[in-house]
Ligand binder design. Sequence first.
Ligand code: TYD
Ligand code: MG
Length: 452
Amino acid sequence: MAKIKTAFFCQNCGAQHAKWAGQCSSCKQWNTIVEEVVQKEEKKSWKSNSNSVKKASTPLRVSEITNEKEIRLDTQDQEFNRVLGGGLVPGSLILLGGEPGIGKSTLLLQIALKLAYKTLYVSGEESQKQVKMRADRIHPNSENCFILTETKTQNIFQQIAALEPDLVVIDSIQTLHTDYIESAAGSISQIRESTAELIKFAKESSIPVILVGHITKDGSIAGPKILEHMVDTVLQFEGDRNYVYRILRSLKNRFGSTAELGIYEMQGSGLREVNNPSEVLISKNEEDLSGTAIAATVEGMRPLLIEIQALVSTAVYGTPQRSATGFNAKRLNMLLAVLEKRAGFKLAAKDVFLNITGGISVDDPAIDLAVLAAILSSNADIPIEKGTCFAAEVGLAGEIRPVQRVDQRILEAEKLGFTQIYVSKSNKIGLKNTSIQIQLVSKIEDVVSSLF
Ligand code: TYD
Ligand code: MG
């Protein structure tokens, strides 16, 4: 093989070194030096037989650029399409990150199986038989999905040139390795170089590529941060593995909004799209239970009704316990202090446990009021009237503060048959003729006196 020149660069200051070292001698940072390709054997296209010379592009006036609607590939999965901003853009590179076992492979295989186009699913982690076993659970007969177990990029490109698929899925980027670099698969320089080759391929062929990326302990996608800059779209698949719900978010999207999100339910036969999330997140208890309140929240662009449960009990030890699942514990402490100071509830000697059902976690401040209502309801052991929900933030002075997109929240609550919603008096409500009763409140005391 022809000689390939590599060199070592510091990721922090960019200094070049002749050999690897633990510390960069110019900026004194540790563990920042990585190997990179400086010169490849030749500038080959991904298609070794293509000899097309790419034309340099010329500047155009903005008015001259046509804005015909882009063609997008329909993935047959409404949630996935929504998160992408309306389907796959030809030639785009999408990175899907998520913790191990969350369902990344399942999601992508499912999409590959349902797609009406020819797809190549490259697995570097599982054998063809293993993928087949999974495929049988999801969608047994698909004629358009091809499985390849391969980790060398050059071989993958050969197979792509022979098969000519409409979509390529790579599971995962950490297993790929290219001949140009000697370091082990999964190392930063391998990941970076393999991704660069895939980007070149996607842009030249207009075939979209979806990459699976692993997540490190601190929650970022393993490999250099630069990977996220290189790709067009970064998606994150998340959820609690002990629960069935999974959320697909977009962290970056060159072709759409990052505010969209998709919700799935993991079943025995793959992931089911959840088109109406509020219905599944609220339990359908016939009896009234104390300590439960419904909050109208907005996740991304989607209104969502969630159930909040609180348990207030007498503290056994000197220091009361406060614990929150799916909600910020510091915020819970703050809300308890507000209740104590502004509304006179003696919660200092009480243990308070808070849980958002369904295993989802929410950081929308608009659920504050529902959290307080759940705590008060458990404390008094009086259930909150059926058909009631809340959408307001609570301030340090005990005031009920307005929230964003209140109309959307009210409409969602109305759609699901709620009869009253508590919102802040200072919220501007544009809706008219709603069948749901809108309770305008300005202080915690108003809420307490009207609820209990
Ligand atoms: P997987 O897609 O392998 O996760 P990742 O690629 O993100 O590591 O998901 C594995 C989990 O999904 C595993 O615990 C089994 C579960 N699962 C189902 O519950 N139903 C199914 O139909 C499939 C295929 C997997
Ligand atoms: Mg996997």
